[in-house]
Ligand binder design. Structure first.
Ligand SMILES: [Zn+2]
Length: 352
């Protein structure tokens, strides 16, 4: 689901169930959690699914409900057909705007946009001009403290993060690098030590989790090798290797999914995956059945970013695939032509 659709839905529904008007929250700290139900069913075989609508995750096709009513409409789908749900939603949103107009209640905005903008600035700073990659999960509403960062369960999760070291299983972070910070708790190795990539992995007390790697050393090596081979870099001054990006995304997503399942109470979160300082970079990979490499186009954007709102039951491999596809497409490469040097472990199951 897209961020924008979710914000529209929650805002216009006044954080209330469209059927019973129960007030809902986006996280698990309350008994009444909102659920974004599909009006035309999400899958063709599911309730209300037999319909020719193609994009089913948009605001137009979602209705905000309490868990009881979500179960109710799916169980008795004959009693709750598509047209009835659409009418209920329209009535409910009209009711919400009336209530807001008379000042009966206020809606607290679902908004993590400014928080993420601040994080973006800090990633760029942490890179000190080098290329970096970050993957994070952010609560839809970044407000009060959700976690105690000094709690042993939180520190344990932080220290279970793995970072790339050239082996398939990666390397566990050194726990002596764990420190409390102004935001929560972090395990950091920045600026990057010689010959490796640096990292900063953080858990915020507000529930934001962030996996960041600095790629400077590997970018320098790949760039030097490409120049030695006389590759036409089409104006790019730096070369990223697909394998490195895929590896970081693989370890980062593993850790984020684990953290969410284990310590984060939210039902929905915003996923953001980004590469920063990408201006004048190009992407290198192997091409299928060939010895020589494949280079993409040069990008001019300073940041390449992919954002999506996820539910807790998200499919890790599907997200990894989509994220890598977006990145390689940004460089003009199709994912099915992108190969790495070390086998296929960075590729989601479904690709095989
Ligand atoms: Zn309800």
């Amino acid at each position: 689901m897209r961020d924008r659709d979710i914000k529209f839905l929650w805002g216009r529904s006044g954080n209330r169930c469209a059927i019973c008007k129960l007030e809902l929250t986006t996280d698990g700290s309350s008994e009444t959690l909102g659920e974004m139900a599909h009006i035309v069913g999400q899958s063709r075989n599911g309730p209300r699914g037999n319909h020719d609508l193609t994009d089913r995750d948009t605001y137009d096709n979602l209705i905000l409900l309490c868990p009881t009513h979500h179960v109710e409409i799916d169980k008795n789908h004959a009693a709750w057909p598509i047209e009835r749900l659409r009418a209920i939603k329209a009535d409910h949103e009209a009711w919400v705007s009336e209530q807001l107009g008379t000042g009966v209640f206020k809606v607290s905005p679902i908004d993590n946009t400014s928080f993420l903008a601040e994080r973006k600035a800090s990633w760029i700073e942490a890179c000190r001009g080098e290329v970096g990659m970050v993957l994070c999960l952010t609560p839809l509403r970044v407000s009060s403290d959700t976690l105690n960062p000094l709690d042993k369960s939180v520190t344990d999760i932080l220290e279970q993060a793995r970072v790339p070291n050239g082996n398939q299983s990666g390397e566990q972070v050194n726990r002596y690098r764990t420190r409390p910070t102004e935001f929560g708790i972090a395990n950091q190795d920045l600026p990057a030590p010689h010959n490796t990539c640096g990292h900063s992995i953080q858990i915020f007390s507000a529930g934001h989790c962030e996996y960041f790697c600095e790629l400077g050393e590997s970018v320098n090596q790949v760039t030097v090798v490409s120049k030695e081979r006389g590759v036409d870099l089409k104006g790019a001054s730096r070369v990223l290797r697909y394998t490195d990006l895929a590896e970081i995304a693989h370890f980062g997503l593993d850790w984020l999914a684990h953290a969410w399942r284990t310590i984060l109470p939210f039902n929905y979160m915003t996923f953001c995956g980004a590469i920063v300082n990408t201006t004048s970079t190009t992407l290198y990979s192997r091409e299928d059945h060939r010895k020589q490499g494949l280079h993409g186009f040069t990008v001019s954007s300073p940041i390449l970013k992919y954002t999506e709102v996820l539910s807790k039951s998200f499919e890790k491999d599907t997200l990894l695939l989509e994220f890598l596809r977006r990145i390689s497409n940004s460089y003009g490469l199709m994912l099915h032509r992108v190969f790495d040097d070390k086998g296929e472990y960075v590729r989601p199951e479904k690709m095989r």
